[in-house]
Write a protein that binds this ligand. Structure first.
Ligand SMILES: [Zn+2]
Length: 334
């Protein structure tokens, strides 16, 4: 299977250099405000795509369980250090273009500051669609090429690319800004209905951020976020969509008892190996369920995430490693 290249944050100190020491408290607070407005109050199983070091994960407190997905295991290790290991969080390293989850598993998903690394955004969105239940909520943040700064630079001829055209602009390797109309079209094409649009980070200017206290600047941003329904000129845009139009995809496969029901009170108090296993499918051939290699050697009381082990696909015989609580689907092992 050939997928577009992915932006790999492995061994990156992105969390420390960009968020913790990079003067991004304003952006972080603005995102928290937007998420508060967009997230369902409660839910069962949420997929966080591009979870990184888990900066946003505590904001999903209304959900019973969160699957953190990132391409980089080292980012997930940082998330583990921050959030701890419990039944509440499941850590999965995988390529967004080949998601290792069974169809219609999640009742919500978020993708924040992640789409801007996608060379083939529609392909990634189709993958997201396939793992969501009908009616599921999807919250997407994307970088907006039609932002005020880009428009001014273009007008002053200090920038080559046109902020008003629909194609993505790759301003640095594997860093893309998108046109709001293009993103809306992709979402609609794959079956999402857009419910709400918020514009975020209206005041992302170094001078303002230095002069005005962060809480005031974020409060001002909050007052303007709703204008996203009318026009989008900020560098960051959030949309909340609902998955509709799933006619071509069969409903959740519950008849054969493979999938657990997800929802209030439906998840057993502790995840056994089988509970987690039922989430996964082979990202290569699509077979589910996967199996644990050497299962007999793992005591039945031990959670798989507590030890190094392997998952294998009974159909195509590929294998993936599970190490220190991280399911690593990036590469098959032999
Ligand atoms: Zn397979």
């Amino acid at each position: 299977m050939t997928n577009p290249p992915v932006c790999d944050y492995t061994d990156s100190d992105y969390q420390a250099s960009f968020w913790d020491a990079g003067g991004r408290e304003y952006e972080d607070r603005c995102e928290a405000i937007a998420l508060k407005h967009l997230l369902p109050k409660s839910g069962g199983l949420l997929l966080e795509l591009g979870a990184g070091a888990g900066r946003n994960t505590p904001r999903y407190a209304g959900f019973e369980r969160v699957v953190l997905l990132d391409y980089s295991p080292t980012q997930l290790e940082q998330a583990q250090a921050r959030l701890g290991r419990s039944d509440r969080y499941i850590y999965v390293a995988a390529d967004v273009y080949s998601l290792p989850f069974v169809d219609s598993l999640f009742d919500a998903a978020t993708m924040i500051r992640t789409l801007h690394h996608m060379a083939d955004a529609p392909k990634a969105l189709r993958q997201v669609r396939s793992v969501l239940q009908p009616g599921a909520t999807f919250i997407l943040e994307y970088a907006n090429k039609q932002n005020l700064k880009a428009i001014l630079r273009y007008a002053l001829r200090r920038q080559d690319w046109n902020p008003f055209t629909l194609e993505p602009v790759e301003f640095a390797k594997l860093n893309f800004d998108f046109h709001p109309q293009a993103v809306r079209g992709w979402l609609t094409d794959v079956g999402f209905a857009i419910q709400k649009t918020l514009t975020v980070s209206h005041f992302r200017l170094g001078l303002l951020k230095r002069l005005v206290p962060t809480s005031i600047l974020a409060g001002m941003d909050s007052l303007f976020q709703w204008t996203g329904a009318l026009f989008q000129l900020t560098p960051s845009v959030f949309v909340r969509c609902r998955l509709v139009g799933r006619d071509s995809i069969p409903p959740r496969v519950e008849r054969d008892g493979i999938l657990p029901r997800v929802g209030r009170n439906s998840i057993p108090p502790s995840i056994g190996q089988n509970g987690i296993l039922s989430y996964f499918k082979c990202p290569e051939c699509g077979h589910a369920p996967l199996e644990i290699v050497g299962r007999d050697s793992i005591p039945p009381t031990a959670g798989l995430k507590e030890r190094t082990g392997y998952l294998t696909c009974p159909s195509c015989k590929r294998k993936w490693v599970v190490k220190d609580g991280i399911y690593d689907f990036r590469e098959t092992i032999h």
